[in-house]
Unconditional design. Structure first.
Length: 139
């Protein structure tokens, strides 16, 4: 994925540019799987950006409200986050080790078209996760 300018993205969303906000967007851009708030807080601390958990939660919630991030839940009593502008993909989640892997090319557009034709329902968004065992946990 092409790296974007975090400052420009924050300005377009009418959000103040702060070191914590830039760092969170940068982390989400570098990460290849959805991450939870505690990973975000840990990353901020490692970057010497000391933000209390409440502020980190506020930032990620504002990002989600503004459409910069997507909130995802994998039946684990917590939310994970990823950039909303990532190309369409879905997730494979291992029930044992909890590894998350992206999967694309699921032919969802065809299914959405069929839903529109058969049910006259316009799909605006969807979420699709597959739960099972990764190759390592099958051994």
């Amino acid at each position: 994925m092409k790296q974007h300018d975090c400052k420009t993205e924050l300005n377009k969303a009418n959000l103040r540019v702060t070191p914590a906000r830039i760092a969170i967007l940068d982390l989400l851009e570098k990460t290849d799987k959805p991450i939870d708030i505690w990973n975000i807080i840990d990353y901020l601390q490692k970057q010497n950006i000391y933000t209390d958990p409440v502020t980190a939660f506020r930032i990620i919630n504002i990002f989600t409200e503004k459409g910069l991030t997507k909130k995802i839940q994998f039946h684990e009593r917590k939310f994970r986050y990823e950039l909303a502008n990532k190309p369409e993909h879905h997730h494979l989640i291992c029930n044992l080790c909890r590894r998350v892997e992206d999967i694309s090319n699921c032919n969802i557009r065809k299914l959405e078209k069929e839903i529109l034709e058969k049910k006259k329902f316009i799909v605006k968004d969807h979420s699709l996760e597959f739960f099972g065992l990764c190759q390592n946990c099958q051994k």
